[in-house]
Each structure stands twice: as structure tokens, then as C-alpha cells.
Design a protein around this ligand. Structure first.
Ligand code: 8YV
Length: 315
């Protein structure tokens, strides 16, 4: 039987590409110079789209594939997939939850430690001879025992909380309703109130229309000049203009960010700021986790074409 034709939106590592090519006839959208012409030529035979969290699948792409049955996202976030178009067409959507949760939490906590203890600057202090020439590195801020807020207690938020508990932090969270996983932590549904009682505010929300700019100027102001904002979710959850203004005027102490509007071309104002730690959207970026994500993406597509239940459907 002919292998199903799929549209591959972005590149995958070789260890994912090889088995993908063995199971499917993959049409590499990302290599096409003329994307519209590519879609016109190949769209009608496409039965699945294989994409990545940050790339998704937009309305034009979905419309160009009249025989589309399923979209597989290599990532937990599916906010870049036009879900309304998929619903209207009966197109199934899958993602790769769970396998990446702990890596994402690890990176968020590492960013907090790195930024609070000034580790980037400390490394530089050793390398440039400042240690020998000037003496000890300027004192930084402690992490353990301070107050952490978790905005969105989903799978990733829970894992962040478990790690912070190990630092003896006072943990609070916001979610639509109190959660059993948050037992022992304070439930503060209002993001402004959560920020006001937090030294560190972790943004771990799935992004959708309702959460867009949930971290607005008021939340940032409430976090204040001693506060740190850590984002390991999606840039759209934060009003980036308000964040930049607050970092520039120091009405917010600092930020540690793995995601940006328009990434990888982030706003150049970030590059001029000493009080922000910048990471290239790599919270799930370990060999172990990315391999598990690739496997789960393929398992979903294979299950679909075998007429079996999808392992991790979102739609
Ligand atoms: C990945 C992500 O960086 O899971 C997500 O939603 O954004 C990340 O895990 C991305 O999908 C890999 O391309």
C-alpha cells in the first residue's frame, strides 16, 4: 500500500526524520522556496500534517489540504494550530504532553536560580579576570525560602511547584479552580494578587485567546522592583510591551524568558537589558525528551492510519 502523504512543516533531527520517511511520504514544506506553489501542488494528496509547537498549522495550510485527516504537533502547545478550522473540518489534532513536562520545569527552575544568583555575570567575572583584579563577585539574591507564584497549575506548573518545594519556598498558584495537586500551596485565583505576594512568578499556562496578555501591566507592577518573571509557556501570555517598559524603567526587577513574540527574531530592546535572562525556546530541548516527543508524534500518526485510538489527542 502507498505510504500516506504528509506535510512536514519544520525540520526534525535525523533520528526522527529517518523513521518518519520510512512510514510516510513526507513533503518538506520548510524546504520549499515558493510555499504557496508547494501547497497548491502537494496539498490535495496530504492526509496528515506533522508540525512543531511553535510552527503549528495555519488556516491557509489547512485549507490547501482538502483531504487532511490529522495534525500531529511535536510539542505540548498547540496554540499555533488553527483549532477552529480543524473543528470545522473534523480534522483530528494530537500533541506530545507528559514526555516533556519535567524538562520544561527543570529549565524554568534553572532560569530562576541562574538569574537570582547572577550566574551569567559570575561566569564572566571569572573569565575576564575581575575575580583576581577586583575580588569577590557582587552579592546576589537568595532563592530558598522566598515566595513563588505559579500562574497556571497544569502538568508543568505542578512539576515546577514540586521542585520549588525542595527549596523550602512559600508556594501559591492560580488556576480556574483549586486543584488537588496544589494541596499545601495557597490558591490565589487573581493574577494581580498572586504577583503581589510573589518574589518569583512562573508563567506555566497553555496559551489561548482567554490567556492572551494575562500577564499585563498590572500584574507586572504588582510583582514589582524586587520581583522576577519567568516564562516557560508562550510569549502571548505576557504583554511584551508592558514587560519591556517595566524592565527598562526597573519597575520590574528582572525576567527570565524562554519564549518571545516573533521568535526567533525577538524584539531587540531585550538585547540591551542587563536584567533579563534570554533563552532560545529550548525548555524541552534535551536528547532524551526530544526523542520521546518524536516517537509520540509518530505513534499518534501511525495509530490514526491504523484506525486505532490516538495516544494523545487534543481534538
Ligand atoms: C518545543 C514547545 O520547543 O512543547 C511545546 O509546546 O514549544 C516545545 O516543546 C517545540 O515544539 C519543538 O519544536
Amino acid at each position: 500500500m502507498d505510504k500516506p502523504h504528509i506535510l512536514q512543516v519544520g525540520p526534525y533531527p535525523e533520528w526522527d526524520q529517518t523513521p518518519l520517511d520510512a512510514a510516510f511520504h513526507a513533503h518538506r514544506y520548510f524546504e520549499a522556496a515558493d510555499k504557496a506553489a508547494f501547497l497548491t501542488e502537494h496539498g490535495p494528496k496530504i492526509r496528515a500534517i506533522a508540525t512543531r509547537g511553535e510552527l503549528g498549522a495555519n488556516a491557509a495550510m489547512i485549507a490547501a489540504c482538502p483531504n487532511l485527516e490529522v495534525i500531529g504537533v511535536y510539542g505540548v502547545g498547540y496554540d499555533a494550530v488553527d483549532i477552529a478550522a480543524c473543528k470545522a473540518r473534523g480534522v483530528r489534532v494530537t500533541n506530545t504532553p507528559d514526555v516533556l513536562t519535567k524538562d520544561v520545569a527543570d529549565l524554568g527552575v534553572a532560569m530562576m536560580l541562574m538569574q537570582s544568583r547572577g550566574m551569567l555575570g559570575a561566569d564572566q567575572w571569572v573569565r575576564d579576570g575581575s575575580w583576581a583584579a577586583k575580588g569577590g563577585y557582587p552579592l546576589q539574591r537568595k532563592v530558598w525560602g522566598r515566595r513563588a507564584g505559579i500562574l497556571g497549575l497544569g502538568r508543568i506548573g505542578v512539576e515546577v511547584g514540586k521542585r520549588l518545594a525542595g527549596f523550602g519556598m512559600e508556594i501559591a498558584y492560580s488556576a480556574r479552580a483549586p486543584k488537588p495537586e496544589g494541596a499545601g500551596w495557597d490558591y490565589i485565583p487573581d493574577p494581580v494578587a498572586l504577583a503581589a505576594r510573589s518574589d518569583f512568578l512562573f508563567v506555566t499556562l497553555a496559551a489561548n485567546a482567554a490567556t492572551r496578555h494575562i500577564v499585563n501591566a498590572s500584574v507586572i507592577e504588582a510583582l514589582g522592583p524586587d520581583g522576577m518573571l519567568i516564562n516557560i509557556s508562550r510569549a502571548a501570555n505576557i504583554d511584551e510591551e508592558a514587560l519591556l517598559a517595566a524592565l527598562e524603567t526597573k519597575t520590574l526587577g528582572s525576567a527570565a524568558l524562554d519564549v518571545f513574540e516573533g521568535e526567533p527574531k525577538l524584539n531587540p530592546r531585550f538585547l540591551a537589558l542587563p536584567n533579563v535572562l534570554l533563552q532560545p525556546h529550548h525548555a524541552s530541548g534535551t536528547f532524551e525528551t526530544r526523542k520521546a516527543m518524536g516517537q509520540l508524534l509518530r505513534d499518534n500518526l501511525s495509530a490514526h492510519f491504523a484506525g486505532q485510538p490516538l495516544p494523545t489527542p487534543v481534538l
